[in-house]
Design a protein around this ligand. Structure first.
Ligand SMILES: NC(=O)c1ccc[n+]([C@@H]2O[C@H](COP(=O)([O-])OP(=O)(O)OC[C@H]3O[C@@H](n4cnc5c(N)ncnc54)[C@H](OP(=O)(O)O)[C@@H]3O)[C@@H](O)[C@H]2O)c1
Length: 298
């Protein structure tokens, strides 16, 4: 199986590279300048030249707060760039797996979101990703759109890495405790993507196409996630800090964030047989890897 994934240093694309290397999967990673989603015309020639069996559209404009001041760029990359990816995959006669986000929801619901819930994003990033979902679905019927959430990994910038970095010079960190979601390891997403790719290539089952929620098992708020990662770090001689739980109102950000973006992943389990591990289980190896690779003194 020959998978084309967009993005070179992104958390999911980097993790997919590692997981693919352990399986019988040929992975072609393409990023800028060959594919620049801000220049949708760059997409098709690169996709056709790669001749993939399947396309994984993992690259995106992911700066949630900055998107509030660059809405055009966020839309160009996450909406029009995503559409170009789906169209190019169709021309290459390949299914597309497109990554989207829990932030397509406002957070007003009290229970975990299901795929039938109406999206109503609370910020520019969420709106650009929702527009991308709709464009992908319209361009290429052979698609699986995976709404992921709260991704962490040993690569790039993410909450887990940021907390370990902060704890190097602070004894106390203030962390929001009233936003709830499903922390998700990028390695688990990558492994799931490989299974879903195999399924899409093996059968034309319409039930395996469409939108799927894909996040780690269990739920947390950001303060709880911070406490858990510091416990793991401290147990291995790494940095840790006391977590002071605060409210969203005490930590103003440019972009509004959903108070609840927990996702129900039942559809993914039923139709693709993919169930991601509990987030706490997957957090452990990622924290250890960050301690090894990022010089977090221990
Ligand atoms: N991070 C999260 O917590 C989260 C949560 C829910 C959903 N998601 C979604 O999951 C997917 C993967 O997220 P991630 O955390 O792996 O992202 P990430 O680590 O922020 O990486 C983003 C990737 O997109 C690439 N990229 C950005 N602008 C581009 C452009 N104009 N043209 C081509 N490539 C561009 C980056 O390129 P370089 O390699 O050159 O840096 C990088 O590889 C995204 O669709 C994101 O919206 C993320």
């Amino acid at each position: 199986m020959r998978i084309l994934v967009t993005g070179l240093k992104g958390q999911v694309s980097h993790s997919l590279r590692e997981i693919a290397a352990t399986q019988n999967v040929e992975l072609i990673q393409i990023g800028r300048p060959q594919i620049d989603l801000a220049d949708p015309a760059s997409v098709e020639p690169a996709v056709l030249a790669a001749a993939p069996d399947i396309v994984v559209s993992a690259a995106a404009y992911t700066a949630v707060d900055r998107a509030e001041v660059e809405p055009e760029l966020a839309d160009l990359v996450n909406h029009r760039g995503a559409r170009a990816m789906a169209a190019a995959a169709r021309r290459a006669n390949a299914p597309i797996i497109h990554l989207s986000t829990d932030y397509v929801f406002s957070g007003a619901k009290r229970a975990p979101y299901v795929e039938e819930d109406e999206p109503d994003p609370a910020n520019v990033y969420g709106r650009s990703k929702l527009a991308g979902e709709l464009a992908v679905a319209a361009e290429n019927p052979n698609h699986a759109i995976l709404r992921c959430a709260w991704i962490y990994s040993p690569f790039g910038q993410n909450f887990v890495e940021a907390m370990l970095r902060l704890a190097r010079d602070r004894q106390v960190v203030r962390v929001v405790a009233d936003q709830w979601g499903n922390p998700t390891s990028a390695f688990d997403i990558a492994a799931g993507i490989i299974t879903i790719s195999q399924n899409l290539l093996a059968s034309g089952d319409a039930g395996q196409r469409g939108v799927f929620h894909m996040s780690g098992g269990g739920e947390a708020n950001w303060a709880g996630l911070a406490q858990a990662l510091f416990r793991i770090s401290a147990a291995h001689g790494g940095p840790s800090a006391e977590v002071q739980p605060i409210t969203t109102a005490e930590y103003p950000t440019r972009a509004r964030r959903p108070a609840n973006s927990r996702l129900s992943c039942t559809r993914l389990a039923q139709r693709h047989g993919v169930v991601l591990p509990q987030w706490l289980e997957s957090l452990h190896p990622v924290v250890l890897r960050l301690l090894e690779t990022r010089n977090h003194d221990r």
